[in-house]
Design a protein around this ligand. Structure first.
Ligand code: SAH
Length: 466
């Protein structure tokens, strides 16, 4: 993908067009390359004369490096990671490259031409291909209120990729900040995770103009990947005129590439949401493993009792360490505990909870023992709510490592299709007096469904034990 910057000049202009080199702190006579970790950014000047000068930023992302990075971050949908548009289109990687390559220009600094950096001047910027999710109309609604004349030409027949030219009289730093924020907003890649430092970045680059922008809410929502809490924080700080984030503008080199939201995080987030919306307070995590879900749940004060159960002493040791059980104040020891136990034997300690979670657990149980597990969980412990999340075997075709039909995990005793989960869950629900509904976790592929399935059982008001 390519970004070009041109300050149009007429013969009467007071400064030569090649002053752009001073503004960008990049010599027009040289080609320079920057390593982004997942590829390279190259800066060069296709044209550099006193009357016309164009600087080009070319991103050459390495598809394999992107896949390796996704794999390190625990993504399972690797086929989708190979076959996608990331290496080729303008996205948040462009924003990252801007902070690496044009750091001083973004900060409005120029050692040689400070007066030029401080003043609005005519600029023409072209980005191609730019994914415009929301179409050309949305593109215009983003840039026109900022004073740009927008020219958009579709470059792909079936996808919303455009060659976009923006013209305005603008400070170069503002132009770069607009691109920094609005390119990812247009791209609107959803399957990424953003942390609270993204709010600082958004306010640092958007503070001044974003507050006045008619689409500020939609911009914040898309930029922060629809993370409600972060969006609310950003909007509140914007309205409060909080510019404290400006102090961090100089730290832009700390920019980190966005991390894809790992399937695990999505899973725990989905389970947490179900538990919270059901208003439960005592939760038992059956097959808690190393306690990852418990670490998420313990942060929520609505849960008054959290217990993890696992058959593996080693997993429990790791969980105890990660949860720092030994350092807990005595008041917290009542709230958070681990127990050694097997889910295929009735255990009185499992009674008295409002909810039980089985996150990636049932597929570790031998199929002939599943009726025992169902009896232990739904018949004997019988909490009001049970959440079960097994993987969806149909989706494993999307994962190159499982192309040969192998299970995702060495210890998986079986893996179910969506229909198989449904059949098992509906049978168990009828047998023990529960209602059951299903929800996807992770991207829900139209053909093969999501990577993880979720069955949510709620005890019918008059059924089961209490
Ligand atoms: N829920 C955890 C761990 C999933 S791995 C997480 O999401 O990270 C499956 C876990 O189930 C393992 O820790 C394994 O020890 C446990 N497990 C498998 N069969 C079990 C059984 N019959 N009783 C109790 N735990 C069991």
């Amino acid at each position: 993908m390519l970004l070009t910057l041109t300050p149009p000049r007429d013969a009467a202009a007071s400064s030569p067009a090649t002053d752009l080199g001073y503004l960008l702190a990049k010599n027009p006579a040289r080609v320079q390359s920057f390593d982004l970790g997942v590829g390279e950014a190259h800066v060069y000047y296709p044209e550099a004369t006193p009357v016309r000068c164009t600087a080009a930023l070319l991103l050459d992302l390495d598809p394999l490096a992107l896949v390796k990075r996704a794999r390190r971050q625990g993504r399972h949908d690797l086929l989708a990671r190979y076959v996608n548009d990331r290496p080729y289109v303008a996205s948040s990687f462009l924003s990252v490259a801007l902070t690496r390559v044009f750091r001083s220009a973004l900060a409005g600094q120029s050692r040689e031409r400070p007066e030029l950096a401080a003043a609005p001047q005519p600029f023409e910027a072209t980005v191609t291909p730019l994914p415009c999710r929301g179409g050309e109309a949305f593109l215009r609604r983003l840039f026109e209120p900022l004073g740009y004349v927008v020219d958009a030409e579709r470059v792909a027949p079936a996808a919303p990729y455009f060659r976009v030219t923006l013209r305005a009289e603008v400070r170069l730093a503002d132009l770069l900040a607009h691109l920094y924020v609005l390119v990812p907003v247009l791209d609107d890649e959803k399957h990424y995770w953003v942390g609270s430092d993204e709010v600082d970045k958004l306010l640092a680059k958007g503070g001044a103009w974003l507050e006045a922008h008619p689409l500020r809410e939609e911009i914040a929502r898309r930029y922060l990947k629809r993370q409600g809490r972060l969006v609310r924080e950003a909007l509140a700080r914007l309205t409060a005129g909080d510019d404290s984030a400006d102090d961090t503008a100089g730290d832009a080199e700390e920019e980190t590439l966005e991390k894809p939201l790992s399937l695990n995080q999505q899973r725990y987030g989905a389970v947490l949401a179900v538990l919270k919306s059901a208003g439960v307070s005592r939760v038992v995590d059956l097959g808690c493993g190393e306690g990852k879900l418990l670490r998420v749940l313990r942060g929520e004060p609505t849960f008054t009792r959290l217990v993890g159960v696992d058959v593996s002493p080693r997993a429990l040791e790791v969980a105890a360490r990660r949860l720092r059980l030994d350092d807990l104040p005595s008041s917290q020891r009542e709230r958070l505990a681990l127990m050694h136990g097997a889910l295929t034997y009735v255990d009185a300690r499992l009674a008295g909870f409002d909810a039980a979670c089985l996150v990636e657990v049932i597929e570790h149980v031998d199929p002939p023992r599943l009726p025992d597990l169902a009896h232990v969980v739904f018949g004997a412990a019988a909490p009001r709510l049970v959440v079960v999340t097994p993987p969806n075997v149909e989706h494993t075709v999307r994962d190159e490592r499982h192309a040969a039909g192998a299970h995702r995990h060495r210890d998986h005793r079986f893996e179910w299709t969506r229909a198989e989960l449904r059949a098992w869950a509906e049978d168990v629900a009828t047998r023990y007096g529960y209602g059951v509904r299903f929800a996807p976790i992770g991207p829900d592929d139209p053909e093969v469904g999501p990577p993880t399935q979720m069955a949510i059982f709620e005890r019918a008001a008059d059924g089961g034990a209490s």
